[in-house]
Design a protein around this ligand. Sequence first.
Ligand code: FEO
Length: 629
Amino acid sequence: MYCTKKITDDLIWVGADDRRLAMFEGVYAVPHGVSYNSYLLLDEKTVLFDTVDRAAHQRFFENVAAALGSRPLDYLVIQHMEPDHSSALIEIAVRYPGVKIVCNEKTLALIKQFYDFDAGEGAYIVGEGDALNTGRHTLNFIMAPMVHWPEVMVTYDSSTGTLFSADAFGSFGALNGALFSDEVDFNRDYMDEARRYYTNIVGKYGWQVSALLNKASALSLELICPLHGFIWRGNVRDIMSKYLLWSAYEPEEYGVMIAYASVYGNTENAAEILACRLRERGVRTAMYDVSVTPASSILSEAFRWSHLVFASTTYNAGIFVAMESVINDLVAHNIQNRTVAIIENGSWAAMSGELIRLKLLECRNMNIIENIITINSGLKTPQLAEIDALADALAASLPPSAIVKPRGFYAAERAGAPDVVPAANRVDMKTMFKLSYGLFVLTVRDGDRDNGCIINTVAQMTETPLRISITVNKANYTHDVIIKTGAFNVSVLDTGVPFSVFERFGFQSGRDKDKFAGSGWDSRAENGIRYMPKYTNGVIAARVAESYDYGTHTLFVADVTEAFALSDEPSVTYQYYFDNIKPKPKPPQKDVSGFVCRICGYMYEGDELPADYVCPLCKHGPDDFERIG
Ligand code: FEO
């Protein structure tokens, strides 16, 4: 039975999921399956974009037949000749005689190589910039060589802003009934697989991906339809911003990934001790045993983190096999721009470290820390100083904003004193609202992406040096950008600020929305970061000096780099906001019962508010909800 999904009035997904495939391309485990996407455009002419893997033929042909109904198929666009997308080509030609194959010259040659099939007279050969009008739609063909194979092209439907992107913007993972990335929690559940897909499939071709991104930046994009994974609609910035980083080999996260190979646990022990020392210094860490974690995941994590440590035992006078495979993979995929440290182990002839170093020297712009730590069988007490020195060197090479002092830091400072936990009946949370908070728009810049959020936690700390502190919820995208860039602006809101500013910056996520869209506010401070030129009486630009982890929030201590006043309007306070700006909650309907958020007005319907409930709009917890009805 067919299983199609409507994308727009005249575009239908006719692909299929595959959850039985163990190894994609025979190399990459796909524990969450994979989708083969094919799309059918029903215009005055009918157009099929690519086909599917042979594993999905039956469903695919049922889908195409059902979506076409009694209509003929006029065109089959082959954007990518890899068999997971082209294997149904011949049968399509047999089932739909008269179909014209639309492809480029390189594709034509590959068709003959793979299938001994001559698209011949029936082929419509296109090149860069060629267009095909199908009635209401105009398809523009854009060459994207080496994203993933040399023949790859993408197709832009200029009438709807749809990019059929071939392998680009795809992901591992079956669709499981959804079709659009906004139907799932993509960041939480799929971003790791999107990264693993990108890095392993096209990670080597960053320059070519950048060339495609440049071409795409000139297009108005409403929909991106890749050959694997979810369709992007409206929220293309999230995946675009990742592609900009990945293709430039820039890290997403500042911290240290430790990959180790250990036969009897001694190399692992050294890696664990290093990880502890790094955490004590406020450095974020991720650890992988290369004998357990697939190389494709470690490659993906290497693209993610800024600093890499490889700890490997020596094996047969070489690098331990699983580690050698990881290092070869990294080199083959062009990893670059990373700081690297190496630990080697060898009971009689330790040499894995130097061999790893030599291999990594083939990569561009790798800062390899000179001192390789050598272990002979097991780490000994005098060598702890070497581990400490390595932890110091790694921490020193990270930007200050990425050094997040752990909570334990304070406990140690207080010589083991227990945390003060006030008795519940001694704390009236309303007292917190008596604090004379101001309200501020906190703005950041991540590459060419601007973002901001509302905070109430700005305070001057010292005058010499001129320092401020801010506390930012870790759930906010703005938080992650500060960790990454170490820079931000604070716009001090004045009493003229309307509620719409709080809606704009406080009630939507910058991960999938451009919060400045349609604002007309494009003023920037010296640091290049936007600020609010309106409803603002002063702007403070700052650079992070230190960061402290407080569980749900990070406290940033920052040096002021610029400050200027915009008006003499009084600053808005939390109290003023509640009294004069925030719309008053409507009286509850008689038959509605639930809880309303005192901060943003969000209404939770139900008799019980879960103890761990978090407001989906403003991220405040149960203490800020009051019962209604
Ligand atoms: Fe899914 Fe490069 O093919």
